[in-house]
Design a protein around this ligand. Structure first.
Ligand SMILES: [Zn+2]
Length: 477
């Protein structure tokens, strides 16, 4: 009993202490920083368990953001009338179970020698094998001889001439090759790589979440040597997969200034959830709070909305989009961009905020990426004041954040970030390492950017070429 009382006293003291510390933190901060801190303390808290898309924690984060949007006075622009939430479907998680592969009576060991890819469906197939080498022409529509492939299992070379740095381009190439053979009637696909140059990593992980409808496996390079000379024969292939469909939600509100031009300001609010750290010796499951990635962008987005909602001098309409499932493959922004009205006639530009909370981690510098996506951006950036930090202008934009689907729809983009740091995607991406004063300085800079963009007669789109894209990719890492 005494023990219980002491315990209770300790809990109470602890509670008072934390409240006092929290209050102290808030008192020390300016009103803007205090709001940023308050929103981040919720989004990046352990109780939100790292906001993984499709989980209850992501739902809680979405509800919090929606409530903020409502109190700011944004109009709801979600999936249903009167709602800020806009759900979309993803095939996640994909859980691989067993897989079996036998080619001409040679068995391959699951996981050691081959594995199912995310493109695969579940099922067992047996049949004739046909090998399709890298010289095969997939671009010419008639290049694939349907009769040759129909009803067979295809052994398909995925060697690529695309540079290693362009992961997305390699991924797209593989997906289109697989789809081409499946459309020609292949009942199963076995991928191999005849080149030493191409990475194998792109095959596993989040990029593919939609099944192509037949089993698709990958044989690693060394075991492939066992059948290197095989051109035909027989094959049996079994893949067991559990695909769970989940429904993450974007949170979208807007300011309707009755303009024919609309700006999309976007930031993803999801993170990687409870997982093993990519660094360090501790390989247990840990909460990844994602304070910088990307509670920082989300809280900045809300603060910009507070400013824009009370600013009668702004002319354009502003959509504030908190995207989900970015970490799983930009699915929230892709879902948003799949709507027909999201085009370069209606959307003046897209402003992406991803990781803006660590000013100082790469010196007092922020990066402005996607400068080449409109010929006007360089001049706009040159005229903005930023007494507290320097701005690194980068023409290209890397393919791995939410601006990417907008670029594909020929919409000019601007992506601000304070850059990568060793705590990126680790359990140390926590609120105590956030530079709130820096976030305020960046907010002031972005407000100027938004006003300057409104003063332009036009923001013409310019395609970012692959070299610029690759450079941006390299500079971000
Ligand atoms: Zn991010």
């Amino acid at each position: 009993m005494i023990k219980f009382k002491i315990c209770l006293l300790f809990v109470l003291l602890n509670l008072i202490c934390t409240q006092w510390l929290f209050a102290q933190k808030i008192i020390d901060l300016s009103p803007t920083s205090a709001r940023l801190y308050r929103d981040m303390a919720v989004l990046a808290s352990d109780s939100l368990e790292g906001r993984e898309a499709g989980t209850l924690s992501e739902r809680k984060a979405a509800d919090y953001i929606a409530k903020q949007m409502q109190s700011i006075g944004l109009l709801p622009k979600g999936g249903h009338e009167g709602s800020y939430l806009s759900a979309f479907r993803i095939n996640f998680p994909v859980i691989f179970k067993e897989a079996k592969l036998r080619i001409n009576s040679i068995d391959f060991k699951h996981k050691d020698e081959f594995g199912a890819t995310d493109l695969s469906s579940a099922g067992t197939v047996e049949g004739e094998l046909i090998k399709i080498g890298n010289s095969f022409n997939f671009i010419e529509p008639n290049a694939l001889n349907n009769n040759q492939i129909n009803g067979k299992i295809v052994l398909l070379d995925i060697a690529s001439k695309v540079k290693l740095t362009e992961n997305e381009a390699i991924t797209n190439e593989i997906v289109s090759k697989v789809k081409a053979v499946v459309e020609s009637g292949a009942i199963g696909v076995i991928l191999y790589n005849s080149s030493r140059k191409t990475t194998e990593d792109v095959l596993f992980g989040s990029p593919f979440t939609e099944s192509v409808g037949v089993p698709v496996v990958y044989i690693a390079r060394l075991p492939f040597n066992k059948i290197r000379k095989v051109k035909s024969g027989t094959c049996s292939l079994t893949v067991e997969i559990n695909r769970t469909v989940s429904k993450p939600e974007n949170v979208i509100g807007w300011i309707d200034n009755k303009s024919d031009k609309t700006v999309v300001i976007g930031a993803h609010f999801d993170h990687v959830g409870i997982t093993r750290s990519r660094t360090g010796d501790d390989k247990s499951l840990q909460i990844h709070n994602g304070a910088d990635d990307n509670a920082s962008g989300t809280t900045t987005l809300l603060e910009l909305a507070r400013w824009a909602a009370n600013n009668e001098t702004l002319k354009y309409n502003y959509i504030f989009a908190a995207f989900s499932a970015e970490e799983k493959g930009l699915f929230g922004s892709k879902a948003f961009c799949s709507r027909a009205w999201v085009n370069n006639q209606n959307i003046a530009y897209m402003l992406n905020l991803d990781m803006v909370g660590r000013l100082g981690c790469q010196g007092d510098t922020i990066s402005a990426l996607g400068v080449a996506s409109s010929e006007v951006w360089e001049n706009v950036l040159d005229k903005l004041e930023h007494p507290d930090f320097s701005v690194k202008k980068i023409n290209g934009a890397p393919p791995f954040s939410d601006h990417s689907p907008f670029l594909k729809k020929n919409i000019p983009i601007m992506y601000f970030t304070t850059g990568l740091h060793p705590d990126y995607h680790t359990p140390n991406d926590d609120i105590e390492f956030i530079n709130f004063k820096g976030m305020e300085e960046i907010l002031a800079y972005i407000r100027q950017f938004i006003r300057s963009a409104e003063a332009l007669p036009e923001i013409p789109f310019h395609n970012i070429n692959p070299i610029q894209q690759t450079k941006a990719y390299l500079q971000t890492f």
